[in-house]
Design a protein around this ligand. Sequence first.
Ligand code: HEM
Length: 255
Amino acid sequence: MIERGTSTAPVDPPAGTPAKPVTTGTTRRKSVGFLGSSNGRKAVMAVTGAVLVLFLVGHMTGNLKAFFGAASFNEYANFLRTMGEPLLPYRVALTLVEVVLGACIVLHMWSAVSLARRAGKARPVKYAAKRKSQAGGYAVHTMRYGGVVILLFVIYHLLDLTFGTVNPAGWDGTPYERLVAGFAPERWWVTLFYAVAVVMVGLHLRHGLWSAFQTLGLASGRSYRPLKGAAAAISAVLVLGFLVVPVAVMSGVIK
Ligand code: HEM
C-alpha cells in the first residue's frame, strides 16, 4: 500500500550516484510500524468507532426503559452500577467500561486528526477547481465540526444526567428523577440542544459507517446502494430512538 504524499516511484539516478531510496513530495515517513501507518490509524479509527457504535446502540435501548416507568429505569441504572458483583466490587465494571469508552473517544479523535493532517500535508496546494468532493466539503464539515459539537454535548450530558451538576434534581435525585427534571417542558432548550447533538451523532455515524464499508472494500458494485442505505437507516433508527425519550418527557408522556 502506498502512503499518500510519499512517492515510491522509481527514479533513475544520474550515472555514478550510489543508489538510495528516493522520496518526493512534502512528507517524510517519520513514524514506523503499524500505528504509524495510515492504514494502522484507519484501523484504530474503525475499531474505536465500532466500540462507540455498540455503546450507542446499548445506551439508546436502555434509555427506552423510561417508557416502562421509574422503577424499571432506575433498576436498569442500578444494574449498570452493580454488574459484575459479587466478583467485582460496586461500580468497578462500570468504571472499566467508562475508561474503555474514554480511551476510545481519545483514540478515535487522535486517529481522525492525524489522518486529516497527513492528508493536508500530502496536498499543500489546494485543487484549482472547487470540487464537491467527499474529502473537501460536506463530509469534512460534518465530521470535524460535528465531532466537536458531540464532544461538548457529551461533557454537558455527563454533568447533567450522570453527575447532576447542571440538573435541577441534582446528585441526590434518582436517575429517573434527573431524566424527568432535565427535560422538563420549561427547559425546552435542553431538549433542543440534545436534538441538535443527536442529529449530529446521526450524521457522524452515517458518514462513519459508510467510510468503514468503503475501507473494508464492501461497497462496490451491487452492494453500493444497499450499504449506503443501511448506513443511513441504522443512523436514523439511532437518532429517533435517542430523541423519543427527551421529547416524551418534554411533552408530558413520561413524567
Ligand atoms: C438524547 C438522548 C439521551 C438520553 C435521554 C440519555 C440519557 C442518559 C442517562 C440517563 C445517563 C446516566 C445513566 C446513569 O446514571 O445510570 C447517560 C449517561 C451517558 N450518556 Fe447518555 N443519553 C442520551 C444520549 C447520549 C448520546 C447521543 C451519547 C453519546 C454521544 C451519550 C453518552 C453518554 C455517556 C458517555 C454516559 C455515561 C455512561 C456512564 O455512566 O459511564 N448519551 N445518558
